[in-house]
Design a protein around this ligand. Structure first.
Ligand SMILES: NC(=O)c1ccc[n+]([C@@H]2O[C@H](COP(=O)([O-])OP(=O)(O)OC[C@H]3O[C@@H](n4cnc5c(N)ncnc54)[C@H](OP(=O)(O)O)[C@@H]3O)[C@@H](O)[C@H]2O)c1
Length: 244
């Protein structure tokens, strides 16, 4: 895909992978729109990066997703790329009654929102000559870590969904990408950490973004990054390693 002259909406651009993509796309001459819930972060990023467009939106809310779509299509009709990036990662003990509210929030954020947003944007993207839908899944789509079973299931579902989406859009201009990050050093899972300053750990974002941009540039539609390559290739074998 062409890495410049696009208008890109990235869900969840206030930190981590989404923010790194936003900064990289800005550097290479794109218009970038990010959304997130943390208004103070969005304001600070707008001040830091002139040209960055920010929108406050909780993608776990149906109406806010519809408003986001309406706002973007009305004000930035040149938008030709949607990146479904926003996600949360919670733990769940399935041997006891679960907190359904938390389970629903995780599924709504990681799975329902990308389905809904992608479907709202699909016709618009298909009306552009050069367009893309980019879903950020996870190596854990292929090999679950059992203490966060819902997260892994949402990512497995997003992988499956991406295959179907690619098939449904195969006669259109929309390239459907799946970027499959390995464990990457972001704020992911901060909700479940007692010490909020503790990092997620994993691949430095600088290494992640170099490989991910290379995959997009070369039209590698299903792109496992770093360690995620092994998880995708050897899923059964890796289950015991990951859950040791
Ligand atoms: N880090 C890893 O090891 C790893 C590995 C594989 C896949 N991934 C995937 O990569 C994606 C990005 O995660 P990350 O690692 O960059 O984590 P992160 O630093 O925690 O970033 C998550 C982003 O999602 C946004 N977000 C979460 N819930 C939202 C909601 N309801 N509405 C709007 N925005 C929301 C957050 O913004 P606000 O809090 O401001 O709303 C934040 O910008 C996720 O889909 C994650 O599953 C990460």
């Amino acid at each position: 895909m062409n890495l410049s002259n696009n208008t890109i909406l990235i869900t969840g651009g206030t930190s981590g992978i989404g923010l790194t993509f936003a900064e990289e796309f800005l550097k290479s001459g794109n218009t970038v729109i990010i959304c997130g819930r943390r208004v103070e972060r969005l304001d600070a990023l707008e001040a830091k990066h002139p040209g960055l467009i920010t929108i406050t939106c909780d993608i776990a809310d149906t109406k806010q997703r519809e408003d986001l779509c309406d706002h973007v299509l009305k004000n930035y009709p040149e938008t030709n790329i949607l990146m479904n990036n926003a996600g949360i990662q919670l733990v769940a003990d399935l041997t006891k009654p679960v907190d359904l509210e938390k389970i629903r929030e995780e599924i709504e954020t990681n799975l329902v929102a990308p389905i809904h947003l992608g479907s709202l944007f699909a016709q618009h993207l298909a009306s552009k000559n050069d367009s893309a839908l980019i879903n950020i899944s996870s190596g854990l789509a292929f090999v679950p870590i059992a203490f966060m079973p819902i997260y892994c299931a949402t990512k497995a579902a997003l992988h499956s969904l991406t295959l179907s989406w690619r098939h449904q859009l195969k006669n259109s201009s929309v390239k459907v990408f799946e970027i499959i990050p390995p464990s990457t050093d972001t704020e992911l899972g901060h909700q479940r950490r007692a010490d909020k300053s503790q990092s997620h750990g994993g691949l430095p974002l600088s290494e992640f973004i170099t490989e991910a941009m290379e995959a997009l540039k070369n039209d590698i539609l299903e792109a496992p990054i770093g360690y995620a390559k092994g998880l995708r290739a050897k899923r059964e074998e890796m289950f015991n390693v990951m859950n040791h």
